[in-house]
Design a protein around this ligand. Sequence first.
Ligand code: NDP
Length: 257
Amino acid sequence: MLVALCRTSRGIGLEITRQLLESPNNLVIAGCRTPEKATALNGLKSGAKGTLHVIQLDVADFDSVRAVLKAITPILGESGLDYLINNAGIVRIITIPRTLRCSLISLAMQGKEDTPLTLDPEVFLETLRTNTVGPALLTQACMPFLDKGQEKKVINITSTLGSIASADMFKHLGAGGVATYSISKAALNMLTYKLKLERPDLIAIALCPGWVKTDMGTQAADLEPAESVVNILKVVTSATAADSGKYLSHTGTVIPW
Ligand code: NDP
């Protein structure tokens, strides 16, 4: 039985949930901010071979994260959690039209609106809260269940934009552009490595899904969500202790820090 806590109402997280539910052996606890509005997520229940529980979870709301233990205890009872997939993420730029938000392409077109010298401190904090601090706190909250799990895997969904070694590759996003998101993912990478050092018995991985056709990735992206997620799940399920603390792409190749 694979028991995973993943967060998602749409995009990559929704597809991870869909693919996990193709097996009757899997139990998925899917967290999302507004379960009553998560039509696509709730829709996965019909026809699913696995078991889906949808819980309320806003990773940017620390009370909501701390309440997760109470929400999952009746579901898991004495069972453990095998996988925690920290998937939720945001890209925010406040100075471009709403319809263009969350698109890295549009950030590129807009040039220097989110650079070290132009970033909005509130946007920076909001991004860190969701992309970095939320996953840290959620991992803390889930530890009692991860400790009882067979696999003990914590997967932090990161981005190659968080790679300092690859930063020059993204100059087309504007010199210094997409700074807040990139910094939040670089910090998530370090969080992953620190977790591996603190807990050698866990398998902690920072994993980039590739450039995927979602609201965030836009339709200009290379990969369909299904393709990315097939790869993600292969990497995640086959990862061993030797992979802990690694920064991996969806195909399993190592990304330089
Ligand atoms: P989407 O924008 O399509 O979906 C983001 C998901 O995160 C939504 O389900 C959203 O829920 C959820 N979310 C956002 N904020 C919160 C929050 N505070 N609490 C709970 N859930 C929240 O993004 P993707 O699916 O593309 O991205 C998933 C992950 O993959 C992210 O971490 C992203 O950084 C990473 N990534 C994506 C790439 C891509 O090309 N798509 C490339 C590299 C990395 P809601 O519906 O409530 O808003």
